[in-house]
Structures are given as C-alpha cells and as structure tokens.
Ligand binder design. Structure first.
Ligand SMILES: [Zn+2]
Length: 360
C-alpha cells in the first residue's frame, strides 16, 4: 500500500506526534542507517553500515524521547545519509558521499546527476516536505514554530578525541541557540560546545532551509555518541535536553513575537487569513447588502470574492469549482443565497450600476 508521502513501501520519513503542540518541531536528519535492498548496501558490509558514517547513532532514540516528553511533533529520516544526506543542500558536494571517514562508498562511485535526482525525489524531497508540512500546519494556527534538529557525533574523528558532551550549532540567529547554550552550561561536569564539533553555518542545510529562510528560530543539537549508546544514556540525555528546551524555547518565542521583519511572514499570513474570514462573516451577516450595490459603489461583489478565491487556490495548484469557491463566500450555495436574500434590482439601482460601469 503506497501512502502519499512515499515512492515505495518504504516511507522516507517517520512522523511522530503529528498532532502534537507545534510551537516546537523536532527533526532528525540522520536518524536511520536503512538502505533499501535494491541499493545492495551501497557495496558496504554490515559493520560499515552500523558505523557513524551511515547514521547518527542514538539520535533517533533521543528525538523520540524528546518528542514524547515535550509533546512535540518530530520528523525522522528513514534512509541512510550514505544514500543521500538530508542535511545538505542540492549544491553541496557531500550530498552523496563517495568517501566518508576513511571508507569508500562503492555504490556511490557512479552516482551521476540522474541517480542523485532519483534519490532526491525518493528520499530527500519527501523528508523535507514532511518538515515543511508541519511548519505550514503550525502557521495555519498562527504559530511560528521553533525548530530543533537532533544529531550525534562520533567521539573520535581522525584521531582527535572530541571533548564536548553536547554541542549547539547555529549560524546568525541566536534566538534559540543563545538561551539554550546558557541553560546547558548550568549543568556542572559537562562540556558544551558552541558551534562544536562543527560550525552551524552551512548554506542549504536543514536548519538553513526551514529555519533561516522562513525566519523561524532554530538550533541544531549535537550529542556525543558514547553518551547515548544505551537506553539509560538516551533517557538521561533526553531528560537533560528536554529541561533545557522547556526553558529556552519560550525565550526564543518571546523574541519571535517581538517581530523581526522576516519572522512573522507565517504569522502575517495567518492574520491576513483571519481578516479574510472576518470579511466573509461580515458579508454573510449583512445579507441586506445587495451585490449590485457593492458593484456600483466598490466595483466588486460576493461573486468577485468567490472568483478571487478560485484564482488564488489555482495559483497554489488547488482545483476548486466556481460554485464551490462562491459557496465559501456565501456560506451556502449561491442559488440558496439568491433565493433567500437577493432582491430584484430597482430601476434606480440598475441605472446607478450602469453608470458606474461606464465610469469604471
Ligand atoms: Zn548528523
């Protein structure tokens, strides 16, 4: 059975708590080391595929635990980053890795543009579509969500022992990262990295696309993998992060509602939608106002609004019939409205209407 968000029986993502409180959205780009059988493990053995090069060990479990304790929706990838990296833009040369931490990826050696496009369509695009869908749903409720991306890092990279327990990665938007760093650093005995072990400045990555470009507060959290190897470690890390997010997310939201110029794009749309609904309600309550009077004085009427509704929907790829669009405005089929409220135009009204058309 194929679901709308899949190309195959294997969906590209898991959606946890889709109806959860959307003021915080969790994402896990490297949740899975799964590679569909037809890719034959990209030529790698089970040992390589269970290494950090294939996925972020422990990150999915932490994301699920966080989603549960915070009641937040979460999107988790269901494909290995070796197939295609969900945290890279299309222009990034590491989108499909040919080499990772000393391992050659045979199945990627001949991945040309067509093959990469297929993997984008099959995995990358549906995964990001799911994240965008959650953001749109939140925006429809007038909520500008805060985005948190959960990753994990290997304790030793190229011979270097990484000292950080957790890292917060961010670029220019410190609304969430700064209060989160402050809060995480209150815990004694931990080393918290600020843009460690990597910089959060990566054009086209997940937080850049969904956070920066939408004006939404966001941060990426990196967890050292040896801390979350066991279920006990997962719960401990998730508990710690949940506490920090409970404090930091409202601070980020308070900044958000003060309104950076781009921030409230989402909210602005929700406000505009609310104004439209109020206009429609008003016109429905003022059933004494005739369409012909509206046309005469303002050059538009309820039918025009219905037609504009249809045009706007079509502009977004949504098909709606003229009748259905007008029904949204009238609150009932147009014929019913006409029978109930439309009066025959008086000679004066007709004359005024004709005059207005000549001027118009
Ligand atoms: Zn990662």
């Amino acid at each position: 059975m194929t679901t709308p968000h899949t190309f195959s029986r294997h969906p590209a993502f898991d959606l946890v708590n889709p109806d959860g409180e959307p003021s915080l959205i969790l994402v896990c780009d490297h949740a899975s080391n799964h590679i569909l059988p037809e890719y034959e493990g990209l030529g790698l053995g089970a040992a390589e595929l269970s290494r950090h090069i294939a996925f972020d060990i422990g990150a999915a479990a932490v994301t699920r635990a966080l989603a549960q304790s915070l009641g937040a929706p979460a999107v988790l990838s269901r494909f290995s980053r070796l197939l295609i990296d969900a945290n890279r833009g299309f222009d990034d040369p590491t989108l499909v890795m040919k080499l990772s931490d000393g391992a050659i990826i045979p199945g990627n050696a001949h991945a040309d543009d067509d093959e990469i496009a297929r993997r984008i369509a099959r995995f990358h695009a549906p995964y990001h579509g799911a994240i965008a869908g959650l953001i749109t749903r939140a925006a429809a409720r007038g909520i500008a969500p805060v985005l948190v991306s959960i990753h994990s890092f290997t304790p030793v990279m190229k011979g270097f022992q990484r000292p950080w327990s957790f890292g917060v990665l961010w670029d220019k938007d410190g609304r969430l990262a700064l209060p989160l760093l402050r809060r995480l650093r209150q815990q004694p005995g931990l080393i918290i990295g600020d843009n460690e072990p990597y910089s959060g400045e990566l054009e086209g990555d997940c937080m850049n696309v969904h956070g920066t470009r939408n004006g939404l507060a966001h941060a990426l959290i990196e967890i050292r993998q040896d801390l979350i190897e066991t279920q006990e470690g997962v719960l401990q890390a998730a508990g710690f992060l949940a506490g920090a997010l409970r404090d930091a997310v409202p601070i980020a939201q308070a900044h958000a509602s003060k309104g950076g110029p781009t921030m409230d794009e989402a909210k602005r749309e929700a406000v505009e939608a609310a104004v439209f609904r109020r206009l429609v309600e008003h016109l429905q309550s003022r059933s004494d106002v005739q369409n012909i009077e509206m046309m005469t004085t303002a050059g538009f009427c309820r039918n025009c609004l219905g037609d504009w509704y249809k045009e706007a929907a079509e502009g977004l790829g949504q098909t709606i019939s003229k009748e259905a669009a007008r029904e949204r405005i009238y609150g009932m089929p147009q014929a019913e409205w006409k029978a109930k409220y439309q009066r025959d135009a008086t000679p004066e009204q007709l004359a005024a209407f004709e005059k207005s058309q000549k001027h118009g």
